[in-house]
Design a protein around this ligand. Structure first.
Ligand code: IMP
Ligand code: MG
Length: 187
């Protein structure tokens, strides 16, 4: 094994079904830019960042720590994927601890794909009488959209590829990788 390889690259070599798309340092750089934009947009406000588990855990944690805001954090759960295919039906668990009434909510999600999850989440949160609801996503696959949903903050747009790592999974695997990779195990 070449000693010059960083940890992430070594992992990819061990997982031959993965091809790095965004390195750990590239993600860090882009998340910092997005956090700066959010910090600027929410200056003087106290937003509630709502992370969508499980996929958003890594992005959420890095984003909220980089945003220089007097913010609250909360989580909810959503699932729709089985393997590399979306089941189309979105199951939500809105057991949030924060009262978002009259608050500025920022939903943080790993990836915007068909748009079913965020569209449904956005409308459910709007029913709780917040002041505003915006969405921040790590990845956006615009070519996959089945509705008109658009995220307010996007780190990276990607083509129609199935990706894993930095929170994203293939059947619950690879979430803990520090980089984003294309999953090629189905080819
Ligand atoms: P949507 O409802 O179709 O927009 O799907 C959103 C959810 O599907 C995301 O929160 C992910 O959990 C999952 N998903 C979509 N694309 C991918 C992918 O490429 N890799 C892993 N999970 C994905
Ligand atoms: Mg998800």
């Amino acid at each position: 094994m070449n000693k010059a390889l960083v940890k992430g690259e070594k992992d990819v070599m061990e997982h031959k079904e993965l091809e790095t798309l965004f390195s750990e340092s590239k993600i860090k750089e882009r998340v910092a830019e997005l956090a700066k934009e959010i910090t600027h947009d929410y200056e003087g406000k106290k937003p509630v960042f709502v992370g969508v588990l499980n996929g958003a855990f890594a992005f959420f944690s890095d984003l909220v720590r980089a945003a220089e805001l007097d913010a609250e954090v909360d989580f909810l759960r959503a699932s729709s994927y089985e393997g590399t295919e979306t089941s189309g039906e979105v199951s939500l668990s809105l057991s949030m601890k924060c009262d978002v009434q009259e608050k500025d909510v920022i939903i943080v999600e790993d990836i915007l794909d068909t748009g079913n999850t965020l569209k449904k989440l956005h409308s459910e949160l709007m029913k709780m009488n917040p002041s505003s609801v915006k969405t921040a996503v790590l990845l956006d696959k615009p070519s996959r959209r089945v509705n008109d949903f658009k995220a307010d903050y996007v780190c990276f747009e990607i083509p129609d590829l199935f990706v894993v790592g930095y929170g994203l999974d293939y059947n619950e695997k690879y979430r803990n990788l520090p980089f984003v990779a294309v999953y090629k195990g189905n080819e």
